[in-house]
Write a protein that binds this ligand. Structure first.
Ligand code: SF4
Length: 466
C-alpha cells in the first residue's frame, strides 16, 4: 500500500539490501515480477488445465526508455523465476536472462510457461492502451493460456525498490485516503515540524522515537538493530569491493572505475587539493556507486542511484569521529525519517522528480543522520536536512545511455561532501533558519511536476545527449 503518513515508513523500508544498478529500474521490477509470480501461482492453483501457458511482460515509460541500461529485463527474468534481490547472489540473478533465452520456460508450480526474454519482454512507449501511464515506471505482466489471459497485473515501480499495484477501480496510481489503515504509533508525525516537536515535547532522542514507533508496528529494538547491523555490514562490504576493483564498468560507455586508484593515491598522501581536502567521502561514495553500476550487492539509500552517499558519510564519520556501531545505527534511524518525509510529501524517484529526489534526498538523509550522530538537537537535524535538500532542488536526471554511471557515480561523491558540510553548518548554528524542511519538500515536489519529462530518467535530454 502507498503509505499515507511518514510515520508509517520505517528504516527497513528506506534501507533495503538489493542489487545494482537501479532501485526503480532493477530492484523494483524484480520485486514486481516476484509479486506477479505469486499471483500467477494462485491463479493456476484454481485452474483445471495448466497447459499451453505463455508469460508476457510489457515495460512502459522510463522503464522502456532506460531499462536496457538499468538491466530491467534481466531483473524481470530473475524475479519471474523466483529470485529475490536481497537473498539471491548477483551472479545467479544475472544468469537468469541468458538461461531463459537458451531454455525459454519458467516453472510455475507444477506447470511451465513459455517465456523467451527477447520475444516476450516488450519495450513499450508512454501510453497504456492509448491512455496516459499511471506512473512513469509502469509494468504489465500477463499470463496467457492459448488465447486467453488468465492472470494480469499492472505494477508500478515508484522508486527506492518500492512497488505498488495500480488501483483496480480507477486503473491509476492509488491515491492514499484518510481512512487507510494505519498502524498506531506512540509518537505520530507527518511533517518535519511534527517530528521535531515530538522529540522536544517528550524529551526523547530522535532515534528513540523511531525505535518506539517501530516497536508499535511490530519490530522490537533488538530485531531492528540486527537488521541495521546487516545494512552497515553491507555498506562496508560494498566499499571494500569498490576499493579493490578496477577496470571498465559494463554497459558500453567505457567508464573506468576510479575509486581504487584514488584510494591508493590517498593512502600514499598524494591527493592534491586545498588545505583541508580529504577525498575519503568522495572515494567511499564512488566505490559503492561503481559496485552498483556493475550490478553488485548494494543497499537502497534511499535508491540505488544514490546508494553511495550515506555509506560514504557513515564510514567517514566512523573513522574521523570514532563512532560506535550503535551510534551508526541511530544515525540510520534518523536518516530514514527524512527519507520517509520525502517519500510521502515529494518523491524519491528520478523518473518522477529528477535527481533531486535521489541524490538530493540521500544528501538530506545523510545530513540529518550525521547531525544526530554528532550530537545535534532535533532542530539542528531538521536544519541540516533542509540544507541538504535545498541545494539539490531542480537537479535533473539525465544519465548517459541510461546507465547509472555518468553523472551518478561522481554525483554521489559531491552529495556526500555537501551532506558533511550541511552537518557542520547546522551544528555551528542554533537550528534557526528561514526555509523549513517541510517547505523545501513542497518546492521539490512542485519543481518535479514542472520539470520537463526529458530530464526525468528518460536519457533524452541534458548530459544524456552527449
Ligand atoms: S542522475 Fe540521479 S536520479 Fe538519475 S539515475 Fe543517476 S543517481 Fe539516479
Amino acid at each position: 500500500m502507498n503509505p499515507t503518513r511518514a510515520d508509517q515508513i520505517g528504516p527497513l523500508d528506506m534501507f533495503k539490501i538489493g542489487i545494482g544498478p537501479s532501485s526503480s529500474h532493477t530492484v523494483g521490477p524484480m520485486v514486481a515480477a516476484l509479486e506477479f509470480r505469486k499471483f500467477a501461482l494462485s491463479k493456476l492453483a484454481d485452474s483445471k488445465s495448466t497447459a499451453n501457458l505463455t508469460l508476457k511482460v510489457e515495460l512502459f515509460g522510463s522503464l522502456s526508455a532506460t531499462g536496457r541500461g538499468h538491466a530491467t529485463d534481466g531483473a524481470v527474468c530473475a524475479g519471474l523465476i523466483g529470485l529475490h534481490p536481497k537473498s539471491a547472489e548477483p551472479a545467479e540473478i544475472w544468469s537468469a536472462m541468458p538461461d531463459l533465452e537458451k531454455n525459454p520456460s519458467v516453472e510455475l508450480g507444477n506447470s511451465t510457461a513459455h517465456f523467451k526474454p527477447s520475444e516476450d519482454i516488450i519495450w513499450e512507449g508512454w501510453l497504456l492502451d492509448d491512455g496516459p501511464l499511471p506512473h512513469p515506471n509502469t509494468i504489465r505482466f500477463r499470463l496467457w493460456q492459448a488465447t486467453e489471459i488468465i492472470a494480469e497485473e499492472i505494477i508500478l515501480s515508484v522508486g527506492g525498490g518500492f512497488v505498488e499495484p495500480i488501483d483496480p477501480n480507477t486503473g491509476l496510481r492509488r491515491v492514499p485516503q484518510a481512512g487507510d489503515a494505519q498502524k498506531l504509533v506512540p509518537y505520530p508525525f507527518d511533517s518535519a515540524a511534527e517530528f521535531v516537536e515530538q522529540c522536544n515535547k517528550n524529551s526523547i532522542a530522535p532515534w528513540q522515537l523511531v525505535i518506539a514507533n517501530e516497536a508499535a508496528k511490530g519490530m522490537n529494538e533488538a530485531e531492528l538493530r540486527k537488521n541495521l547491523s546487516d545494512i552497515l555490514r553491507t555498506f562496508d562490504q560494498c566499499i571494500a569491493a569498490g576499493l579493490s576493483t578496477d577496470g571498465i564498468l559494463p554497459g558500453g560507455l567505457n567508464v573506468r572505475r576510479r575509486a581504487k586508484a584514488l584510494w591508493e593515491q590517498m593512502k600514499a598522501g598524494k591527493t592534491p587539493g586545498w588545505g583541508g581536502s580529504d577525498l575519503r567521502p568522495s572515494v567511499f561514495a564512488m566505490a559503492v556507486n561503481e559496485e552498483n553500476a556493475a550490478g553488485g550487492r548494494v543497499v537502497t539509500a534511499p535508491t540505488n542511484g544514490s546508494s553511495g552517499l550515506i555509506p560514504a558519510v557513515w564510514r567517514t564519520l566512523q573513522e574521523t569521529n570514532n563512532l560506535s556501531e550503535e551510534m551508526l545505527q541511530n544515525g540510520l534511524m534518523v536518516a530514514s525519517v527524512v527519507g520517509a518525509l520525502v517519500k510521502t510529501h515529494a518523491s524519491i524517484s528520478g523518473a518522477e522528480v529528477g535527481c533531486q529526489g535521489e541524490v538530493g534526498t540521500s544528501c538530506a538523509m545523510a545530513a540529518a543522520g550525521a547531525t544526530a550522530m554528532l550530537g545535534g538537537t532535533p532542530s539542528q537535524i531538521e536544519n541540516a536536512a533542509e540544507i541538504g535538500i535545498e541545494h539539490h532542488l531542480g537537479m535533473t536526471c539525465d544519465p548517459i545511455m541510461g546507465l547509472v554511471q555518468v553523472p551518478c557515480i561522481e554525483r554521489n561523491a559531491m552529495g556526500a561532501v555537501k551532506a558533511l558540510n550541511a552537518t557542520s553548518l547546522s551544528l555551528a548554528s542554533d537550528g534557526q533558519h528561514l526555509v523549513s524542511l517541510d517547505r523545501a519538500l513542497e518546492v521539490m515536489k512542485q519543481t518535479g511536476l514542472d520539470m520537463n519529462q526529458k530530464y526525468k530518467e528518460t536519457a533524452t535530454g541534458g548530459l544524456a545527449l552527449g
